[in-house]
Design a binder for this molecule. Structure first.
Ligand SMILES: CC(C)(COP(=O)(O)OP(=O)(O)OC[C@H]1O[C@@H](n2cnc3c(N)ncnc32)[C@H](O)[C@@H]1OP(=O)(O)O)[C@@H](O)C(=O)NCCC(=O)NCCS
Length: 168
């Protein structure tokens, strides 16, 4: 398996992986909308490929954290592994690769809404521990954050997702 940044040629395969993994089109549309927004970070849209075929995709993009000041933080979403390739470590490898790149870029913190049993493996913790609030009511354990090396205590407040996230 090889992990690399997405290119234009990957767009259809990325859409397909998202539609098959989530069994709906919302996440594929989310990816497209983020790409067309100023929240997009090309370096943090990664694909996993096996024998030249895209089997998984992860996207990190900018969202706002609004507290005493408004700070840019990363959202991890979506993460999609082609159904035939799930539970083979590919999702984990994409998360690890993305977190490493984000850390090297000097990003401070990553926010995710997802399965706690899965994301806690990578050091994600309930956001309430960092006084970071979800914009909608969710159980504390599914709204998680992963502080990176550039994290500082000023990163607290309420998360605001951009309009692209409206349908997911
Ligand atoms: C969830 C997902 C990203 C994990 O990627 P993966 O490559 O299958 O996962 P890995 O092989 O790296 O790790 C396996 C772990 O993923 C988690 N996992 C996989 N599928 C899961 C599911 N349907 N529900 C909950 N957790 C799941 C489990 O913790 C699993 O651990 P286990 O095998 O010890 O039970 C992938 O299965 C997927 O695309 N699912 C459909 C879309 C989705 O739910 N995306 C994530 C949104 S938060």
């Amino acid at each position: 398996m090889n992990i690399r940044c997405e290119t234009l040629l990957d767009y259809p395969a990325i859409a397909e992986a998202n539609i098959l993994a989530f069994k709906q089109e919302n996440e594929a549309k989310l990816v497209e909308e983020i790409r067309n927004s100023d929240c997009y970070i090309p370096e943090l849209s990664l694909v996993a490929e096996i024998a030249g075929a895209v089997v998984g995709h992860i996207l990190f993009s900018y969202i706002d954290l609004v507290g005493e000041e408004t700070l840019q933080v990363l959202a991890l979403a979506p993460l999609a592994i082609h159904p035939q390739f799930q539970r083979q470590g590919i999702g984990s490898a994409l998360i690890a690769a993305g977190l490493e790149k984000a850390d090297i870029r000097g990003e401070a913190i990553v926010i995710v809404l997802g399965h706690p049993q899965f994301y806690t493996r990578f050091g994600f913790e309930p956001s309430v521990r960092y006084e970071i609030e979800s914009p909608f009511p969710v159980p504390d354990d599914v709204f998680m954050v992963k502080p990176l090396q550039s994290y500082q205590p000023k990163y607290k407040g309420k998360v605001i997702y951009p309009p692209a996230f409206g349908d997911v």
